[in-house]
Design a protein around this ligand. Structure first.
Ligand code: FMN
Length: 184
């Protein structure tokens, strides 16, 4: 097998709270990624305005959105790590999808492999949000890898931090390995 070098994965986290478990899972992904793979958590999702076609013009795009689009353009693949809110995608991720879906047919993640994982307190670990995020990012133009699945019910962590769970670490490492294998 050829050695991996310089693969950049952009991680988008669907929870803005400081102690977010999903953010910790994204950071775990960065920690367990193999040599030659960098996973960078994008920090600006909370600063972006709601998608608005009136400001999605060459002169009007806010700096926070330019930053997201540039980070996506530089990435070889994307990893979404999100909880479920009220049975579906948190607004912060849906807003990112909408901004990344434009220019129509030519968004910055167009054709790039993208995986969706994450966790929630519910017994199915947020699987509704994960399925719908896959659907929506696929419509937005990313190459969603449907076979990569990891929906973590937080009860299964027994109160431990994600980084302290060897099972979760192994599963996240597997996710990154499969995602990177899709980078062509
Ligand atoms: C507005 C809101 C809606 C939520 N809806 C759901 C839900 O539908 N299903 C679920 O399993 N958990 C739900 N939760 C609980 C989240 O799973 C929990 O807050 C989780 O810790 C969020 O992830 P985080 O630690 O990354 O912030 C909801 C939480 C909030 C704040």
């Amino acid at each position: 097998m050829s050695e991996i070098s310089n693969v950049r994965v952009l991680a988008l986290v669907g929870s803005l709270r400081t102690a977010s478990v999903n953010r910790q899972i994204a950071e775990l992904a960065a920690a367990v990624a193999p040599d030659g793979v960098s996973v960078t958590v994008f920090d600006g999702l909370g600063q972006m305005p709601f998608y608005n076609e009136d400001i999605d013009t060459p002169d009007g795009v806010p700096g926070s959105v330019v930053a997201l689009r540039q980070a996506a353009a530089k990435a070889d693949a994307a990893l979404v790590v999100t909880p479920e809110y009220n049975g579906t995608i948190p607004a912060v991720i849906k807003n990112a999808i909408d901004w990344l879906s434009r220019p129509f047919g030519d968004g910055a993640l167009k054709g790039k492999p993208l995986a969706v994982i994450g966790g929630s307190v519910g017994r199915y670990g947020g699987v509704w949000a994960h399925d719908e995020t896959r659907k929506s990012f696929g419509i937005a133009g990313a190459r969603v890898i449907d076979a990569i699945k990891l929906s973590v019910p937080f009860g299964s962590l027994a109160g431990a931090a994600p980084a302290d769970s060897s099972e979760l670490s192994a599963n996240v490492r597997d996710v990154i390995g499969k995602l990177v294998a899709e980078v062509g």
